[in-house]
Structure formats: structure tokens, C-alpha cells
Ligand binder design. Structure first.
Ligand SMILES: Cc1ncc(COP(=O)(O)O)c(C=O)c1O
Length: 356
């Protein structure tokens, strides 16, 4: 029996109608070798996990999260005031609340391309006009002059991941300052999701530039992607505005309970970064030996050019339980390998060699 519909279906905003849905290929990844999302490949600090287990009680789950003490500790670690940051539900929420604070429908949001897809995604959700500035060919160098030229009177935000995903390259503070100066009056986000592998941060520029925003995440090096927690930083006046439009409870109680333990265990972070950087050297040496072109990287992943062998390698690796990410949509024949431990990297290299 078919029901007769009553009334009318609501009409979505034009911006949502216009957008293509974004479906990252996330299923069946637990248990596989996850070299496809640039996560930590071995798991978070055991101390953070211990704190989480201790905190996990029925009472805690029944309680709305409290952030004040946690924010004080995190702010001290990052070297900012507690009023210069907010925790967010991953960097993704940081991007979202920044855009909703500063960008009206029809405004321009400038970003380099290819980039982390959620940068464009939230610009589109806002009904803004994403202005995509392509990386330079053929070396995928940062298109600084082109980006500066794209910043105009309608630009309300400039979004730059540093290092960038999926290209892997990064820029220095002098270039960031040129962007901040050209984009005076627009919100400039420097997304430092891979900071720990690169070591250069724009956080030190915060007192000088009232249009600077910086984001960090606990999803990558810290191994807490599943908890969804990150930080957004800017001058206190900006953060007060950004927080006006943010849910008071967007970061869940478990993330709030263990994030300081994760921050405190810098020995774990240093150890993981050291392991990944060594593994990255070994991977790059193997790529040179196998004659596989790759682009320079400052992060825990490498974009390689496999040309017409790309799908065969991606599928062959998947059949061996190794997930890597086909980036052919952004660049024909390109595949991104996340760098994990040296042992995982050795398995990846052996499998690639076999498949070629
Ligand atoms: C540049 C960049 N920013 C942010 C993220 C996601 O961060 P989060 O998990 O904190 O939302 C990613 C994940 O791939 C990324 O590549």
C-alpha cells in the first residue's frame, strides 16, 4: 500500500543543492594496514589510552563535557592564552566555524588546489565561491604569486594547509606573511594538521596578524582521529566571535578527558615522528630505486606518480590488506602513500615491487 504524501518536502538551500556529496572511502579499514588517510598507523599514546579507560564511567558519559581546565593546559602547551584558542570537533569543525563566522554566501574563499577536500566543502556549504589556485606544474610547487593575485576585494577567507595534503609540500613563514599582508581584512587559515612532521608553525605570528588563524589536530601524529579533536587559534577578539557560533559541547567528553594526557606524552609524539621520518627516507630511497616519480614531502605521506599502473597497484595492495589512496581524480596516475612505521613501509615497498 502506498501512502499519500501530506504536505510539501522542505526545499534545501541552493548551496546544498549545488554541492556534490563527499564520500571518503571509509569502510572495513580497522585491521587493514591503513596507509590511506595519513593517520597514525599504530595507535595513540598508551598513557592517553590509560587516561581514557580510567575516565570512562557511566557518570562521565551522563555529564556534558567541561573544557576550562583542559583548555588552560592545552593553551600553555601551545604557548597561547586560553582565550586565543578553542577545541573543536576535529579540524573540520574549526574550518566550519571559521567560515561561518567570516564568510557570507557569494563571498570568495581562496585556496590552493589540490587541497584537503573539506576546505572547499565548507566554503560550498556556506554558499561561497571557492577560488581554486592550482599548484605549479610539473613540480607541484606552492603557487605563491598566483595565490596573491587571486586575493581580491571579495576574498573573505584564504585557506592554506601547511604542509599541504595531498601534495606534501610546505611553505615557510616569509610566504605566510606575504599572504597575511595581501589578505588583510580576510581570515587566513593555516591548517597545520601535519605540523609535527614539518616543525614550522605560524602560531608565533599570532600576536602580529589580526587576520591569522591556525589549526592543529590530534587526528594525525597523536593517533586520536576517532575521537575527533583539534584546536583553532587566533587573537582573543577573533576567538570570542568564532566561539559565539560554536556549539558549547562540540568536543565529546572522552576527547576532553584524554587530550591532556596525549599532550603530556611528548616522548610518545617524538618517538612516533622519528620513526615516520626514518621510514619516509626509506620509502623515498625505494621509490628512486624503482624509478617511481614522487613529489617532495614534509608530511607523513608521499604523493607518487604511478601513471597507468595506478589502479593495478592500488587494487593489488588492497588485496594484500594494504590501503593506499588513489588521487587520480585530482591528478591522473597519482597515488598517495601514508608513511607508517619502518616495518609497515618495508611491507609496502615489497608489495609495490611485486605488483610492478
Ligand atoms: C590538511 C588537513 N587538515 C585537516 C585534516 C583533518 O583533520 P581532523 O581529523 O582534525 O578533522 C586532514 C585530514 O586528512 C588534512 O589532511
Amino acid at each position: 500500500m502506498t501512502e499519500t504524501p501530506i504536505g510539501l518536502r522542505p526545499k534545501p538551500r541552493a548551496a546544498i543543492e549545488r554541492m556534490a556529496p563527499y564520500h571518503p572511502p571509509t569502510s572495513g579499514r580497522v585491521g587493514a594496514m591503513r596507509l590511506d588517510f595519513n593517520e597514525n598507523t599504530v595507535g595513540c599514546s598508551p598513557k592517553a589510552l590509560e587516561r581514557l579507560k580510567q575516565a570512562l564511567t557511566g557518570e562521565l558519559l551522563a555529564t556534558y563535557p567541561e573544557y576550562e581546565a583542559v583548555r588552560e593546559k592545552a593553551a600553555a602547551f601551545f604557548g597561547v592564552g586560553a582565550d586565543q584558542m578553542t577545541f573543536c570537533d576535529g579540524t573540520d569543525e574549526g574550518i566550519h566555524i571559521l567560515i561561518q563566522t567570516y564568510v557570507e554566501a557569494g563571498d570568495e574563499v581562496v585556496m590552493t588546489w589540490p587541497a584537503y577536500p573539506m576546505l572547499r566543502f565548507y566554503a560550498q556549504v556556506a554558499g561561497a565561491e571557492p577560488v581554486l589556485v592550482p599548484y605549479c606544474e610539473p613540480d607541484l610547487a606552492f603557487p605563491l604569486d598566483e595565490l596573491l593575485a587571486a586575493i581580491g576585494p571579495k576574498t573573505r577567507a584564504v585557506l592554506v594547509a601547511n604542509p599541504n595534503n595531498p601534495t606534501g609540500g610546505a611553505i615557510g613563514l616569509a610566504d605566510i606573511e606575504r599572504i597575511l599582508e595581501k589578505a588583510a581584512g580576510a581570515a587566513v587559515l593555516i591548517d597545520e594538521a601535519y605540523f609535527e612532521f614539518y616543525g614550522v608553525t605560524a602560531l608565533d605570528l599570532l600576536p602580529r596578524y589580526p587576520n591569522l588563524f591556525v589549526s592543529r589536530t590530534f587526528s594525525k601524529t597523536y593517533g586520536l582521529a576517532g575521537l575527533r579533536v583539534g584546536c583553532l587559534f587566533s587573537q582573543a577578539e577573533n576567538m570570542a566571535l568564532v566561539r559565539k557560533g560554536q556549539s558549547p559541547y562540540s568536543v565529546n567528553v572522552l576527547a576532553a578527558a584524554c587530550v591532556t594526557a596525549a599532550i603530556e606524552d611528548q616522548e610518545y609524539v617524538r618517538g612516533y615522528v622519528r620513526e615516520v621520518l626514518e621510514a619516509r627516507e626509506e620509502l623515498l630511497a625505494a621509490l628512486r630505486r624503482l624509478d617511481i616519480p614522487y613529489w617532495p614531502t614534509e608530511a607523513n605521506f608521499v604523493l607518487v606518480h604511478l601513471g597507468d599502473k595506478a589502479s593495478r597497484v592500488v587494487e593489488g595492495l588492497a588485496a594484500r590488506g594494504i590501503r593506499v589512496r588513489d588521487r587520480g581524480k585530482e591528478r591522473v596516475g597519482a597515488v598517495r602513500f601514508t608513511v607508517g612505521t619502518r616495518e609497515q613501509t618495508a611491507q609496502l615497498i615489497a608489495a609495490v615491487e611485486e605488483l610492478l
